[in-house]
Ligand binder design. Structure first.
Ligand code: HEM
Length: 407
């Protein structure tokens, strides 16, 4: 360990952690807790894993770290459409010179007022979906609610007609391959999906250009004309990104919240005390964050946690480990809605790339859970898959069966 003030090299005395072995596949939390007990950093095949809450908080705010940019995708052998998307649409990978002004423009659309205006649509959409199975007593809640409810509400907000959704939903779903580890095998499918989404969004933009409406696409077009802030490629790319960015994450985080609340025996509590909804969602975001890690590349030599990381180093901010850091969260493996836990920097990121859709994601989960607790009682989770390998960026189940009685 370092003497006071001494700066270590990145590697010195850093223990390895195996994220590909059976132990991690069987019980990722245990492997990460053991690694964190050895120190705040470990080395995996992916790079340096930052495990502690405080180190990750510092890393989010260190301007010498940034997300992996287009050159990373080029090195992996990505095709033309993927490279086009990471340059023009994927806000988290764009060069900062384009990212910052585009993010500012997007933030206007994600203002508190605009997001609150989606509440009635969220309630209406969730109710419509729930009515189709509420009499059955059993439901795969992911297939029948959490998977398509966010994209329907997002689409209404953007200005996409409901009847168009089935035409591109599969392609939008395919974009989850951008978070797969390894990513390269998914490139051919990503090319096809992106071409489909681009051509759909192009047609939509042309329609709104010809006949503007009161929606997000028309507002972006107006901003493009007046302020000349977005190129045509950026306009198309960012709309594709919005369709995709909120889908898988919100789907899975909503499903995890249902699971955690049921398993903690708090379903009736939620019904009786709806004012505890926010605490339950916050605790579930901590307990089961679906974004399991985010990637950072060192842009210029930097010192973090007493170690020097040279330019080009790949660092993984391991949100799964930090969300159970005992130095930050007392008794971290307990689902405890009374803990003071109103921070969002782990589940939604922090700093220049913090999640743009956080208020919308929260609103969707709030409305969905409120409706479910008002209409469903005696809820149990009877089946649930384990989701992708725990070393993937996006965790969380892909199917979950609930049994219940209607109330
Ligand atoms: C519960 C659901 C969600 C979770 C857990 C989540 C998580 C995250 C995280 C961790 C980041 C930071 C990535 C990084 O630092 O590298 C992020 C960024 C982002 N999220 Fe979300 N997200 C969710 C929902 C949404 C929704 C609904 C939207 C849009 C409608 C959205 C749009 C974005 C965008 C555009 C960025 C990139 C921001 C930037 O680079 O400036 N997210 N999200």
């Amino acid at each position: 360990m370092s003497q006071a003030g001494e700066v270590l090299t990145a590697d010195e005395g850093v223990p390895p952690v195996d994220l590909r072995g059976d132990a991690f596949a069987d019980n990722p939390r245990k492997v990460l807790a053991e690694a964190l007990a050895r120190g705040p950093v470990a080395k995996s095949k992916r790079g340096y894993e930052f495990l502690s809450y405080s180190l990750i908080s510092d890393a989010f705010l260190d301007d010498k770290l940034d997300t992996a940019g287009p050159d990373h995708y080029e090195r992996l052998g990505a095709g033309e459409s993927v490279i086009w998307f990471v340059n023009n649409g994927l806000l988290s990978t764009m060069a900062r010179t384009r990212h910052d002004p585009i993010r500012r423009l997007m933030l206007k659309a994600f203002s508190f007022r605009n997001i609150e205006a989606q509440r009635a649509e969220a309630r209406r959409t969730a109710t419509e979906m729930l009515e189709t199975w509420i009499g059955d007593g059993e439901v795969d809640i992911i297939r029948q609610l959490t998977e398509y409810y966010p994209i329907r509400v997002m689409s209404a907000m953007i200005g996409i007609p409901r009847e168009d959704i089935p035409g591109f939903a599969e392609a939008a779903h395919e974009l989850h391959l951008l978070a797969a580890v390894p990513m390269a095998p998914g490139f051919p499918r990503l090319e096809v999906a992106l071409e489909e989404l681009k051509s759909y969004v192009r047609r939509l933009v042309e329609a709104r250009r010809a006949e503007p409406q009161d929606d997000f696409v028309s507002a972006l077009l107006a901003a493009q004309e007046v302020e000349n802030k977005l190129s045509e490629d950026e306009l198309i790319g960012n709309l594709v990104n919005l369709i995709f960015a909120g889908m898988g994450t919100t789907t899975k985080q909503f499903a995890s919240a249902i699971h955690d609340i049921v398993k903690a025996g708090l379903w009736e509590e939620l019904y009786q005390h709806p004012d505890e909804l926010g605490d339950m969602i916050n605790e579930s975001l901590r307990f089961s964050p679906v974004t399991q890690f985010v990637v950072r590349i060192v842009q210029d030599d930097t010192v973090l946690g007493g170690r020097e990381y040279p330019k080009g180093t790949r660092i993984l901010l391991n949100l799964l480990a930090a969300s159970r850091d005992p130095e930050k969260f007392t008794d971290p493996d307990r689902f405890d809605i009374t803990r003071v836990n109103d921070e969002s920097r782990l589940p939604f990121g922090w700093g220049v790339h913090r999640c743009l859709g956080q208020p919308l994601a929260r609103l969707l989960i709030e409305e969905g859970l409120t409706l479910m607790s008002n209409r469903m009682t005696e809820v149990t989770v009877t089946d649930r898959d384990r989701g992708p390998h725990p070393a993937e960026m996006l965790g969380g189940s892909t199917s979950m069966t609930l049994s219940f009685s209607a109330r």
